[in-house]
Write a protein that binds this ligand. Sequence first.
Ligand SMILES: O=C(O)CCC(=O)C(=O)O
Length: 261
Amino acid sequence: MKVMMYQMDVIAGKPEENRAKVSEWLQYEYKKYEPDVVVLPEMWTTGYALDELEQIAETSGGTTEAFVQQLAKEYNVTIVAGSFAVKTDRGIVNRSIVVNEKGKIIHTYDKIHLVPMLNEPDYLVGGNEKATTFSLNGVNAGVLICYDLRFPEVFRTLALNGAEVIFVVGEWPAARRDHWDTLLKARAIENQCYIVACDTVGEHNNVEYSGNSLVYSPFGTQYVRASPVEEETVYSVLDLEEVATFRKSVPNLKNRVPDLY
Ligand SMILES: O=C(O)CCC(=O)C(=O)O
C-alpha cells in the first residue's frame, strides 16, 4: 500500500484557501508517487480557529465533503481526509471521512476524546459512536484523531477488530512532540499494526505544531519521518505481510487474559 501524506501548514480560519492548497499540492505531488492512499491532517480546513467555527464550519454534505469526493474521483485515489469541523444536531464535531476512488464515503469517525489543552470541549461535542474499522481496498483499517493517541484502549479495540493499519491525523502541539513520537511507536508495537500519522506544522494563537508526520511498522520500525517545521510530502510503502508475520511470531494479541485485568 503506497501512502502519501500532506504535512500541511494550515491557514487558520480559511477553509477556501486550505482547499486550494490541498488541490495544488495534489496536482503537483500525485504524479510523482501515484499513491493508493492520500492522507490529510486534523482540522485541515480551519485549523484551531475554534471561535470562528459557528460561522465557518459546514454541515454534513457541505463544500469540503464534495471537494474531497471530487479529488478522489479525479485522481482515482482513496483519501483519508484528515478531519474537519462539521455542524450536527448535537453541536460541532471534529470529523474524519474516508472517500474511495469512486468518490464514495466509506468511513466516518467523530473524534471521541476532545482535547482540553486546546479548549475543544468549549466549542465542540465529542463523537458518540464507537470507533470502527473499514476495508480500504481489502486492508482492514481504522482512523483516530490526535488526542485519541493518549487512549490505548481505542487503538486496542481497533486492533482486536482486525485493523492492520491505523491512520492517526493530528494537529499536535510542538510542546509535547516527544509524546507524539513515543505514543505512536508504542501503539504500533503493542497492536502489531502499521501506524500512519499525519500532522501539521506552523503556528496559531501561540501554539506551534509539531510536524514529524511518520510511519511505524508493526515491529516498531520507523519507515519515514517528516521535518518538525516544514510543510512536506511524506511518502511510504507499507508491506501488509509484516502484520501477519509479526502477529504470528509474537502473539501478544492472542495471549491477552482480559478476565484478569
Ligand atoms: O494530547 C496532546 O498533547 C495534544 C492533542 C491535540 O493537540 C489534539 O487532540 O488536537
